[in-house]
Design a protein around this ligand. Structure first.
Ligand code: UFG
Length: 334
């Protein structure tokens, strides 16, 4: 199968390109390189520099490369920034996705796999969270992902667009080979920050709240390894494409997580063990908008797609992240 991977030069996109090729597929990357890195695109994979905000760019890429399916990662992803710059987020994430959807149905009507997020649920009492939990995003970022999910469904109903939506929980880690990994311009994610602190790039780790109603008082999250998440995309696009070939316009939405959580303090303990450097920790007030516990009910993707995460041990997950950051202390600019 030939895939157009929109946002394929980014963190999750680049790992997915690798896993797609390992599964015998061909990938073409479409990326505006606003946060992605050309170095993350492997030799032999075409990189089309284009922007979803320019509809002609994506139409030209679909025409030129004639893919069998599209995987759409391209988005701005920072919760805090989305609250300060909502216009940028709605324009980039919603209008950009709309341009992509319109181009797909106007040209080829091929299957679409979309990157969504557990942020669409907001604070919920459901633990673990099933896909049919109430959706009340608490950030503009989560809102843009939910709006895009709804647009995709409307295009499915109106135009028969086949789709699978994957709602990621806390994506982390790096390729075990250590050559690609997380390199966002602004760092907010717990494991990445802890690794950079262990490297001495930051003085200490802030623990945002130890007064939550959890066993050790810190927040609990479901940490899914980026390579397992990449494999989830391969499974999703293969299933969607097979159904499409049988004349079915499939539609499905899946949580992607391990189905169990770790607390902030447990993650920091794991980083201490892996790096051999006990981090200086400071308890800080709660961070606005952090729910106490976000854990996926991942039974649906296991049942339907046979999703089998390989990275279930926290130390092993952290080791892959540490290996990447240790060898690339400045990301792709080392
Ligand atoms: N945390 C700290 N100190 C830090 C950074 C984070 O204590 O320096 C805590 C946070 O308060 C939170 C936990 O570590 O309790 C995880 O925080 P991250 O910033 O790593 O991730 P989030 O859970 O906030 O968000 C991530 C993605 C979202 C997605 C969500 C789903 O960024 O897009 O996971 O679970 F929606």
């Amino acid at each position: 199968m030939k895939l157009l991977v929109v946002g394929g030069a980014g963190y999750i996109g680049s790992h997915t390109v690798r896993q797609l090729r390992r599964a015998g597929h061909e990938a073409v990357v479409f990326d505006n390189l606003s946060s992605g890195h050309a170095q993350a695109v492997p030799d032999g994979v075409t990189l089309v520099r284009g922007d979803l905000l320019n509809p002609a760019d994506i139409r030209a890429a679909l025409d030129a490369h004639q893919p069998d399916a599209v995987i759409h990662f391209a988005a701005l992803i920072e919760v805090g920034e989305s609250m300060r710059a909502p216009g940028r987020y709605y324009r980039n994430n919603v209008t950009g996705s709309l341009n992509l959807l319109q181009a797909i149905v106007d040209t080829r009507k091929i299957p679409l796999v979309f990157s969504s997020t557990a942020a669409v649920y907001g604070t919920t009492d459901a633990v673990p969270i099933p896909e049919n939990a109430a959706m009340q995003p608490e950030s503009v970022y989560g809102e843009t992902k939910l709006m895009t999910e709804r647009m995709i469904h409307a295009f499915h109903v109106a135009h028969g667009l086949p789709y699978t939506i994957l709602r990621y929980f806390n994506v982390c880690g790096a390729a075990p080979e250590g050559d690609i990994g997380e390199a966002h311009p602004n760092k907010t994610h717990l494991i990445e920050l802890a690794c950079l602190t262990a490297l001495g790039q930051r003085e200490k780790m802030m623990v945002f709240g130890t007064d939550y109603p959890t066993p050790d008082g810190s927040c609990i999250r479901d940490y899914v390894h980026v390579q397992d998440l990449a494999d989830a995309h391969v499974l999703a696009v293969e299933a969607l494409h097979a159904a499409h070939a049988r004349g079915q316009a499939g539609q499905a939405t899946y949580n992607v997580g391990l189905g169990h959580g770790f607390s902030v303090l447990e993650v920091l303990d794991a980083v201490d063990r892996v790096t051999g450097t006990p981090l200086h920790r400071e308890v800080a007030p709660r961070r606005a908008g952090d729910p106490p516990r976000l854990v996926a009910d991942a039974t649906r993707i296991v049942r339907d797609l046979g999703f089998t995460p390989q990275f279930t041990d926290l130390d092993e997950i952290v080791r892959t992240a540490w290996n990447w950051h240790r060898t690339h202390p400045d990301g792709f600019r080392r």
